[in-house]
Design a protein around this ligand. Structure first.
Ligand code: ZN
Length: 380
């Protein structure tokens, strides 16, 4: 699928003098990536870098194949027509893995613009622990072998709590506790590897490819992923909120119903127990018409109740739901919207956008590619 690259993620660390060249290079790349082909003079203007610096950086990018000269712009102004320079999305490929589905691991090869070129999957067959890590590694190796381009890196969206070094601290479904997944894949494949929580990765995908924040100008966006579990990724001013224990957005086990149905975490009435796909489908089995609507309305209301304090505290402008549209759209979305808006101040509720994602099942694959683009090239 062709995807429109979006805005840059805000750098969260200070630029040190020695890093200036790397930083300037990513400014130029980001401008070409999000704004399309432009002349060297345009680049100097938008980046506030000198023409000499721009000239050197563009030459370097052309040598590496990341930028190409695209001929001249028809001269609207007096003087020599300017040569346009553009980003080259096929300079390298990215391998992405989505480890969030229950029954399979999914993977893809993407170009640098986020176009999915090929996909593959392996059945999980209940594998956990090292066997699950080996299965993920095997899938990545298979995908690396399918491309004839240099592989810029491997991005992985994993369930569970993942630290900034790509260690999965805790993913009960996969039997991982302190699994150094980035290191395991890096040793097996000798490529840069980036691993992050699946809901956070989905938020990156919405930011870069799903138009989150673009129509509303919202700088605060919450992306809720509903699948086997329920999790959220939060972007504030273009930066991902990770939290003190890398568990920001883990709202699946907030209790929303008392008394409620027993949950895998040992308590009962958790949001996940109400909203996660297997539980919701089970509740809907054999129901139709008004009874089905009622269950979906209840689930939506519980979601709205759980989200309201988060939206209010952070003054978020947009909420994007990713998951099966047949469950999340319609009655559920409407009930969530009503419950949410009733609970927050009118100034927050009136402008709030609540919608379904348009990225569908590729959300985590695309977001995992953003991890690599951002980590290796400084673009997103
Ligand atoms: Zn729970």
């Amino acid at each position: 699928m062709p995807a429109t690259p979006g805005r840059a993620l805000r750098p969260t660390t200070k630029v040190m003098p020695g890093q200036a060249r790397v930083y300037n290079r990513s400014l130029v790349l980001q401008s070409l990536y999000s704004d399309g082909p432009q002349s060297r003079a345009d680049l100097a203007r938008v980046t506030s870098l000198t023409p000499v610096t721009i000239g050197a950086l563009v030459s370097e990018l052309i040598t590496e194949g990341l930028a190409v000269e695209l001929g001249t712009r028809s001269a609207a102004r007096v003087g020599k027509p300017a040569t346009l320079v553009g980003f080259e999305p096929s300079a390298a490929h990215i391998v992405s893995l989505d480890l969030s589905p229950d029954a399979v691991f999914r993977g893809a090869v993407l170009d640098l613009a986020g176009t999915v070129l090929t996909t593959a999957e392996v059945p999980r067959n209940g594998r956990i622990g090292q066997a699950a890590a080996d299965a993920a590694s095997g899938l990545a190796r298979d995908l690396v072998a399918r491309t004839d381009r240099p592989v810029l890196g491997i991005g992985v969206g994993s369930p569970g709590v993942v630290d900034s070094e790509g260690v999965v601290l805790n993913a009960p479904n996969l039997g991982w506790s302190g699994m150094p997944l980035a290191e395991v894949l890096n040793q097996a494949l000798d490529r840069p590897v980036y691993v992050a929580n699946d809901a956070n990765v989905a938020a990156l995908a919405e930011h870069s490819f799903g138009g989150a924040g673009s129509s509303s100008q919202a700088s605060g966006v919450l992306v809720l992923t509903v699948g086997l579990g329920v999790g959220a990724g939060i972007l504030l001013d273009g930066a991902l909120v990770r939290g003190d224990r890398f568990a920001a957005g883990e709202i699946g086990h907030l209790i929303v119903e008392e008394p409620g149905l027993p949950c895998a975490c040992g308590r009962s009435g958790c949001l996940e127990r109400v909203l996660a796909v297997p539980h919701l489908r089970e509740r809907l089995a054999d129901l139709s018409g008004p009874e089905r609507q009622e269950v979906l309305t209840q689930a939506g209301t519980s979601l709205g109740i759980a989200l309201a304090p988060v939206i209010s505290t952070l003054d978020l402008g947009e909420v994007v739901l990713t998951g099966p549209p047949d469950l999340l759209g319609g009655a559920l979305l409407e009930a969530a919207s009503t419950a949410l808006r009733r609970r927050v101040l009118p100034v927050v509720g009136t402008a709030l956008i609540l919608r379904l994602s348009t990225l569908h099942e590729n959300s985590i694959l695309l977001g995992s590619a953003v991890l690599v683009l951002s980590g290796e090239l400084g673009v997103s």
